[in-house]
Write a new protein. Structure first.
Length: 636
C-alpha cells in the first residue's frame, strides 16, 4: 500500500549524534538488542568490522565498572558488504546478573556497543508493553482521544453521520471518476487510523483487535483491567468500531472509511499532509475537491445480506468471538451482542468459487490471497466461545462441536495449500493452529476430524524450520527475506509462532531462533537501530506518520509516538526515500545525508526519513505482534 506516510520511560536519552555514523570514521560496530535480555535467555551481539578481528577479545562491562565477562571474538561467521566484510557473533549468555551493560572489543579495530539491560521481564519488557498501548491510543480516531498522548485532539467527527457510496473503479493513477452516494447516514466514528495515514479498514482492525484480545485473555496480569497496560479497554475500543461497521438488521458489512487515492476532482487521504483534526475545520461544499476529506465516504463489502469475502468473515468472526470470551463475565449483554455478530458474519462467508478476496479499495493497498486460515481462526474462536456449554439464548447456533469440525476442515484445507508464510496481516494460520491445538487438547482425543493436533504442530514446525534455514544463511540471522517487503512485522510473526510452538510442545525448540529474530528488530541488525520507537537508544526519529511528524519531535526526545513499529530495511529505490510530502517537516539530517547508508549491504537499504514509506511508516498490523511478544516476556 502507498501509505503516508511521554514516554512512560525511555531506557536512555535518544540524542545520539548520527553525524558520527560514518564508515570512514568508525570501522567496527557492535550491534546488540538495545532493549535488553532476560537473565536466563541466550544473549548475543554482532561485531561488524572492516578488518579481521578473529584474534581479538571482547569484554562485557557493567555500568558500575567491573568486567562481567572476557572472551575471544572467535571465527568470522559471514560478510555483509564490501565495507563490512567481517561479521562475528559475540555470545555472552553466561552473564546472568541483572544490571546495565555494554560490550567492548579490543583488537585491530576497537568498538563499543550501546548500553543494554539484563533483568526480569517486568524490568525489561513491561515498560515497552506500555509504550505499545501508547501507540494504539495515538492511533485513535473520533471524540475519545487523550491530549496526553502526542497532544491528540478529537478528529473526523463527521464520521458519526457518514454516507455510503458505491465502490469506484481504480486504475494506475488512482480513482476513476467520481463517487455515487447509495445510502446513509451511518455512524462509523471511532476506531484506529490504519497507519501513518487516516484511513480505517475492517481488514486490519479485525486482525489487530483479535490479537489484542487474545493477549488480554491469556496475559491478564500484563494486559487486563487493572494492569499498567490495559489492552482490554483498548481492545473494546476496536470492537466498538467493528460493531458499527456491521449492520446486523440488514446484514450489511461496511469495510472502509475514507478514500486513499483520489484524482483531479476528488482529493484522497494520501494527497494531503496534515493533523487529523484539521479535516473537521475544512469549509467545503459538495463538488469541492476536498469535500471527501471532511465528509469521508463509507464503502460496503457488498449488498445487504450478500455473502462476505471469507478472509473478512473469518477474522471478523474471530475478533467478535474473542471479545465474547473476554467480556462474557464482566458485561454479558455486550458479549452476547458480539457473539451474535460473529455467528451471523461467519454464516455469510463466501467459501465456494473464491477468485479474488475483498480487502480494501483499491485492493492493491492490501492484496491478500489466503483465506482458509481466517475461516479456521473464526471457527476455532467460535468453538472456544461455546465450549463451556453456557451459550446465551437466541443464537443461530450453540453447538461447539460443529464449529470445531469446521475449524478442522479449514485447517486441513490450509495445510494442503503448502503455504509457509509467517504470521502477518495476510496469514493468520499460526494463531489459528495454536488456538485449535488448545481446543483439541481441552476436548481430549477427537475422532472424525480432518486434522489432528500433530498435523497442526507439523504445519507450524515446517514454517519455522524454513525460516530457521533462511536465518542460518544471513549474518544477522534474519528469518525472512529482505526483498519480501516489511521484514520487521514478518519476523515478529515468526517470534510469536516460535513461542506458540514451544508453548504447545512444552519445549524450547525455537527459543534461540525467536530470540535472534527479536534481537534483529531491537538493534542487532546492520544499521544498529531498533525498529520500535522508544525501545533502545537509536530508533526511528522521522517516521512517515503525520501525527509524529507534525506534533512530535524530530530528535527522538518526547513527544514521540511510543511503541510504533515500522517496516524495516528493504531492497529497491523507494527504500532510499523520495520527495518530502507537501506540508511535512523535512528530516534534519546533517548535510542532508542518510547516516545509515554506510551500513547497507547486499542491495538492502534502510532510511529513517519521512520520505521513506517503505522503511519507516508504522502500521497497526506491524505493531500488534509485539504486544503478544512483550506480554509473554513481561510475564517472565
Amino acid at each position: 500500500m502507498r501509505r503516508f506516510t511521554q514516554l512512560f520511560s525511555l531506557l536512555t536519552t535518544a540524542s545520539t549524534s548520527f553525524s558520527t555514523l560514518n564508515a570512514a570514521e568508525i570501522n567496527a560496530q557492535i550491534r546488540v538488542n538495545q532493549a535488553g535480555f532476560l537473565v536466563n535467555d541466550t544473549k548475543q551481539a554482532l561485531l561488524m568490522a572492516t578488518d579481521s578481528e578473529s584474534n581479538a577479545i571482547f569484554k562485557v562491562v557493567s555500568s558500575d565498572g567491573p568486567f562481567a565477562l572476557t572472551a575471544s571474538v572467535g571465527n568470522k561467521i559471514g560478510s555483509w558488504s564490501t565495507v563490512y566484510t567481517n561479521i562475528y557473533l559475540l555470545d555472552f549468555s553466561s552473564v546472568k546478573k541483572a544490571g546495565i551493560y555494554s560490550i567492548k572489543v579490543y583488537g585491530v579495530v576497537p568498538a563499543v556497543s550501546p548500553s543494554f539491560q539484563i533483568g526480569t521481564g517486568s524490568d525489561v519488557y513491561a515498560p515497552l508493553l506500555r509504550n505499545l498501548l501508547f501507540f494504539f491510543q495515538a492511533q485513535r480516531d473520533g471524540a475519545d482521544v487523550s491530549s496526553a498522548v502526542i497532544n491528540r485532539k478529537p478528529s473526523h467527527l463527521t464520521d458519526k453521520q457518514a454516507f455510503v457510496y458505491k465502490v469506484p473503479a481504480f486504475g494506475k493513477n488512482g480513482m476513476q471518476g467520481g463517487l455515487e452516494k447509495t445510502g446513509g447516514p451511518v455512524d462509523v466514528s471511532g476506531g484506529w487510523f490504519d497507519a501513518g495515514d487516516y484511513l480505517k479498514f475492517v481488514q486490519t482492525a479485525s486482525y489487530v483487535t483479535a490479537m489484542m484480545l487474545q493477549g488480554a485473555r491469556d496475559y491478564p496480569a500484563q494486559m487486563g483491567h487493572g494492569s499498567p497496560a490495559d489492552f482490554t479497554a483498548e481492545g473494546r475500543y476496536g470492537l466498538d468500531w467493528l460493531l458499527k461497521m456491521w449492520n446486523g438488521e440488514t446484514k450489511t458489512l461496511y469495510i472502509q472509511v475514507g478514500i486513499g487515492d483520489g484524482n483531479q476532482s476528488v482529493t484522497g487521504d494520501h494527497d494531503v499532509w496534515r493533523l487529523p483534526e484539521a479535516d473537521d475545520k475544512l469549509n467545503v461544499q459538495p463538488g469541492d475537491p476536498q469535500y471527501f476529506i471532511k465528509y469521508r465516504p463509507v464503502f460496503p463489502a457488498g449488498a445487504a445480506g450478500a455473502q462476505i469475502s471469507p478472509n473478512l468473515a473469518g477474522r471478523l468472526a474471530a475478533a467478535f468471538a474473542l471479545g465474547y470470551q473476554v467480556f462474557k463475565t464482566s458485561d454479558p449483554d455486550y458479549a452476547k451482542r458480539l457473539l451474535l455478530a460473529a455467528e451471523n458474519i461467519f454464516d455469510l462467508a463466501a467459501t465456494t468459487n473464491v477468485i479474488e478476496l475483498t480487502t480494501t479499495y483499491p485492493r492493491t493497498f492490501y492484496p491478500e490471497d489466503e483465506w482458509r486460515d481466517d475461516m479456521e481462526w473464526g471457527a476455532t474462536e467460535l468453538h472456544l466461545a461455546l465450549a463451556d456449554g453456557k451459550a446465551p439464548a437466541g443464537l443461530p447456533h450453540s453447538d461447539a462441536t460443529n464449529y470445531k469440525q469446521q475449524a478442522a476442515h479449514w485447517a486441513r484445507a490450509y495445510l494442503d495449500s503448502g503455504s509457509v508464510d509467517s504470521l502477518n496481516l495476510y496469514d493468520v494460520s499460526g494463531l489459528a493452529h495454536y488456538e485449535l491445538c488448545r481446543a483439541l487438547e481441552k476436548s481430549g482425543a477427537a475422532t472424525g476430524l480432518e486434522v489432528s493436533r500433530a498435523d497442526l504442530l507439523a504445519g507450524l514446525k515446517r514454517r519455522l524450520d524454513s525460516a530457521a534455514k533462511r536465518a542460518a544463511k544471513d549474518p544477522f540471522g534474519l528469518g525472512f527475506r529482505y526483498a519480501g517487503g516489511d521484514p520487521v512485522p514478518h519476523v515478529l510473526g515468526l517470534v510469536v509462532e516460535a513461542d506458540l510452538y514451544d508453548d504447545l510442545t512444552h519445549t524450547t525448540t525455537y527459543a534461540d531462533f525467536a530470540q535472534r529474530q527479536l534481537d534483529f528488530v531491537l538493534g542487532a541488525n546492520a544499521w544498529g537501530t531498533s525498529f520500535i520507537v522508544g525501545a533502545g537508544k537509536v530508533f526511528p526519529f522521522h517516521m512517515q506518520h503525520q501525527v509524529a511528524n507534525l506534533a512530535g519531535s524530530l530528535d527522538g526526545t518526547p513527544p514521540i509516538v511510543l511503541g510504533a513499529t515500522v517496516d524495516g530495511p528493504a531492497r529497491g529505490k523507494s527504500s532510499k526515500g523520495g520527495d518530502v510530502p507537501d506540508g511535512a517537516r523535512a528530516t534534519p539530517w546533517p548535510g542532508g545525508k542518510n547516516p545509515f547508508a554506510p551500513f547497507s549491504g547486499n542491495g538492502v537499504q534502510y532510511t529513517d526519513d519521512v520520505s521513506s514509506w517503505t522503511t519507516v511508516e508504522p502500521a497497526d498490523d506491524y505493531t500488534i505482534p509485539t504486544v503478544l511478544i512483550f506480554a509473554r516476556l513481561a510475564n517472565q
